[in-house]
Design a binder for this molecule. Sequence first.
Ligand code: ADP
Ligand code: ADP
Length: 228
Amino acid sequence: MIEMTNVYKKYPNGIVAANGIDVAIKQGEFVYVVGPSGAGKSTFIKMMYREERSTSGTIVVNGMNLATLKNKNVPYLRRQIGVVFQDFKLLPRLNVYENVAFALEVIEESPKIIRKKVMDVLELVGLKNKARMFPTELSGGEQQRVSIARSIVNTPKLVIADEPTGNLDPETSWEIMNIFEEINSRGTTIVMATHNREIVNTIRHRVIVVEGGLITRDEYGGDYGYEG
Ligand code: ADP
Ligand code: ADP
């Protein structure tokens, strides 16, 4: 699903955020990416959907070589990957239904199929009855549910989440985790950067620790395991 070999990333300001990363993630895995702030977690996952380009090394995602992937083919890659952010990134002028349907409308699905797919994912995240509400009318947890619905409406094989519970209270965070568990149980690969020690130590999955642009630990069923 994801294969990185000897990946380096140097930003224009000279900071090296990935310093020789090697990793392989298989279809269906659930992977936590943990580590201190500034460790390179976001850079690591942004390179998986070509939000950032590696400086050297190879990155293959879903059979596509991201080092040689042409910019015009990036939208094709993105349709195969769902992305969830800490701050939701919903479109404020669109209601819940429209925020989720947007991803399908750009690929010109028929209105009937769009309606079915959108209502199915809204049901999965428990928001079927709020389809007409706008993002500002929703709690943080509900906004994150919308953003998760949007990320999976194209049925991607991979969902990448960058601190999806970072802005949520503990109880809401557990609810959001249950949705990711459900998505993963259906065979979707999940890669999630998180600072939530309690979640990582309770819902056990593979844990990749990033420190100083390097993977310093990679353990199946591991714990959060570093101070900070
Ligand atoms: P984390 O997600 O673990 O906090 P990041 O990947 O965001 O780490 O950052 C790793 C390092 O790269 C940090 O030193 C950060 O300041 C730097 N960095 C991140 N993004 C950029 C950027 N766009 N330009 C320059 N430096 C960056
Ligand atoms: P939380 O308990 O997660 O902080 P809120 O108190 O923000 O949630 O919201 C609780 C409920 O009230 C949610 O169902 C949400 O949809 C609704 N709600 C919150 N803000 C508004 C608003 N400005 N207008 C209408 N409904 C709202």
